[in-house]
Design a binder for this molecule. Structure first.
Ligand SMILES: NC(=O)c1ccc[n+]([C@@H]2O[C@H](COP(=O)([O-])OP(=O)(O)OC[C@H]3O[C@@H](n4cnc5c(N)ncnc54)[C@H](O)[C@@H]3O)[C@@H](O)[C@H]2O)c1
Length: 437
C-alpha cells in the first residue's frame, strides 16, 4: 500500500515508520520545515526510544521518505492519514480542529483515484462527517472513503504499542474503505491484534472514552492517596489490594502529581465540552478535570510544607520535567505548575531531566538546568522527584545527603521507601503514605 502521513509529530512519525516497517511505502509530510530537514538528515525531531533506528532502516530500504509538500504523496496514495495536532482551543477548551480541516482542504486539492482518508488525530464526534463534507465540496469528482482510526499508542513505548496494539479501531460504514484499512493492518493479524470495525462516530467517541476513563482512574487513586495521608494508610498497598481484583486491574493506579501530557488534559476537556453541547454533561469527567488541575499546584504546596512551611530563598532541586519518563514531551507537564508554585513562593529552582531540557527551556523562566541528578541536588534545600525516569530509581542517597544543604526528599512518584530514605538520613515525603502507615 502507498500511504501519505500528514503531520509527522509523535503520532505521525511513529505510525509512518511502523507502517513502512510493515512493508508499505510511506511519505511522512509535515509543514514544519525544520522537522523535515532534520529527518532527511537522519536526526529525530522528538525523543522516542527505538525510533531513530526504525526510521534509518526504513529510509535505507526505500520505504520511508519525508516531504514538506503533500501534493505528490497524496496523489499517489491509497490511504492518506491525518495525524496533525488537535490541541485545546484557546478560550473554550474545545478541540481546535483548524489543523485537521486545513489538512482536509489541502488533501482534497491533490486527490487522484480512489483514496481512503483516515483521521488518526483524536477528534470529537462528527469530525469525520465534516472532513468528508469539506473534501466532497472541494472535489465532487473524487472517489473517497473517510475513516476514523484513532491511535492509542503511548509516548515512551510508542513503537511497541503501535506494533502490538491491544486493538485496532476502524470506524467506517464503507465496505471498500474497510478493505483498504484491513490490508494496511494485515501484518498485525500475525500478532493477533483484534480489529474492531464500528461506525465512524463510535470510533471517534471511543478514543475520548478510553482516555477519560484512564484519567479518571488516575484521579481516583490520587484522591484516595490524599485520604490515606489523613487516616494513617498507605496508598500503594491500597492500590495493590484493589488492583488484584480483575474487574479493577492494577494499571493506572499509581498515585502521583496528577496527569499531564499531550492527551489526557486536552481530551478530557474536549469530551466535557462535547457532552455539554449535546445536553448530556458527563459530571464524572468534569470533576476529574477540576480535581487534576488543582492537584498539580497542590504539589508545590506539598513541597513547601516538607520544607517547614517556607521555600523563600531556598534552592529546590527537581528531578524530571517531562510529563512521564522516556519522552521529551513537556505539554501540560505537572512540573510546569510545580515550578510556578515554588517560584511564586520565593524558591530558586534547579532542574535536571534526561531528555526534556530543550522542550522545557522555552516554557519556564529562571530555572537552572543541571547536568545530572547529583549536580542538580548539590547545595539544595530539598530534592523533589517529579518524573520517574529509570535514572532516578537507584540514586546514591548517602552521596545526596552529603552534597545537599538539607536532607529533604519529596518523592512525588513513590519510587523510594520512606524507611529506606530515612535510614540514609533523609526526611522523606511520599504521596499517599501516612507517616504511621
Ligand atoms: N502524542 C500522543 O501520545 C498521542 C497518542 C494518541 C493520539 N494522539 C493524537 O494524535 C494527534 C497528533 O498528536 P501528536 O502528539 O503527534 O502532535 P504533534 O504536535 O507532535 O504533531 C503534529 C504535527 O502536525 C504538523 N502539521 C499540522 N498541520 C499540518 C498540515 N496541514 N500539513 C502537514 N503537517 C501539519 C505539525 O507541524 C506537527 O509536527 C493529536 O490529535 C493527538 O491527540 C497523540
Amino acid at each position: 500500500m502507498r500511504i501519505a502521513m500528514i503531520g509527522s509529530g509523535y503520532v505521525g512519525l511513529v505510525s509512518g515508520a511502523c507502517f513502512a516497517d510493515f512493508g508499505h511505502t510511506v511519505v511522512c509530510v509535515d509543514k514544519a520545515a525544520d522537522k523535515i530537514a532534520a529527518l532527511k538528515d537522519g536526526r529525530m525531531p522528538i525523543y522516542e526510544p527505538g525510533l531513530e533506528a526504525l526510521v534509518a532502516e526504513n529510509v535505507r530500504q526505500g520505504r520511508l521518505s519525508f516531504e514538506t509538500e503533500l501534493r505528490q504523496a497524496v496523489a499517489e496514495a491509497d490511504a492518506v492519514f491525518i495525524a496533525v495536532g488537535t490541541p485545546s482551543r484557546r478560550g473554550d477548551g474545545f478541540a481546535d480542529l483548524s489543523y485537521v480541516y486545513a489538512a482536509a482542504r489541502e488533501i482534497a486539492a491533490s486527490l487522484s483515484g480512489y483514496t481512503v482518508i483516515v483521521t488518526k488525530s483524536t477528534v470529537p464526534v462528527g469530525t469525520g462527517d465534516e472532513v468528508e463534507r469539506i473534501i466532497r465540496e472541494a472535489r465532487p469528482d473524487a472517489e473517497i472513503g473517510v475513516v476514523s482510526n484513532p491511535e492509542f499508542l503511548r509516548e515512551g513505548a510508542a513503537i511497541n504499542d503501535f506494533k502490538r496494539p491491544d486493538r485496532i479501531l476502524i470506524g467506517t460504514e464503507d465496505g471498500r474503505a474497510e478493505e483498504v484499512m484491513r490490508e494496511i493492518y494485515r501484518p498485525l493479524y500475525l500478532n493477533a491484534a483484534p480489529i474492531l470495525v464500528t461506525g465512524r462516530r463510535t470510533a471517534e467517541l471511543s478514543k475520548y472514552a478510553a482516555n477519560a476513563f484512564l484519567a479518571t482512574k488516575i484521579t481516583f487513586i490520587n484522591e484516595i492517596a490524599d485520604l490515606c495521608e489523613q487516616v494513617g494508610a498507605n496508598v500503594q498497598e491500597v492500590a495493590h489490594g484493589i488492583g488484584l481484583d480483575n474487574r479493577i486491574g492494577a494499571k493506572f493506579l499509581h498515585a502521583g502529581p496528577g496527569y499531564g501530557g499531550s492527551c489526557f488534559p486536552k481530551d478530557t476537556l474536549a469530551l466535557v465540552k462535547t457532552a455539554q453541547d449535546h445536553g448530556t454533561p458527563i459530571r464524572i469527567v468534569e470533576t476529574v478535570v477540576s480535581v487534576n488541575d488543582q492537584r498539580k499546584r497542590a504539589m508545590a504546596r506539598k513541597v513547601i510544607q516538607a520544607c517547614d512551611g517556607s521555600v523563600r530563598g531556598k534552592t529546590i532541586a527537581l528531578l524530571g520535567l517531562t510529563f512521564k519518563p522516556n519522552t521529551d514531551d513537556m505539554r501540560d507537564a505537572p512540573s510546569l505548575s510545580i515550578i510556578a508554585g515554588l517560584q511564586d513562593a520565593g524558591a530558586r529552582v534547579r532542574a535536571y531531566d534526561p531528555e526534556g531540557h530543550a522542550q522545557a527551556a522555552p516554557l519556564v523562566e529562571k530555572v537552572d538546568f543541571a547536568e545530572d541528578a547529583y549536580s542538580c541536588a548539590e547545595g539544595a534545600d530539598a530534592l523533589v522527584i517529579v518524573t520517574e525516569w529509570n535514572a532516578f530509581r537507584a540514586l546514591d542517597l548517602d552521596r545526596l545527603n552529603r552534597i545537599m544543604a538539607q536532607p529533604v526528599l519529596i518523592d512525588l512518584r513513590n519510587i523510594y521507601r520512606g524507611d529506606e530514605a530515612e535510614r540514609h538520613g533523609f526526611r522523606y515525603t511520599g504521596v499517599g503514605i501516612a507517616e504511621s502507615a
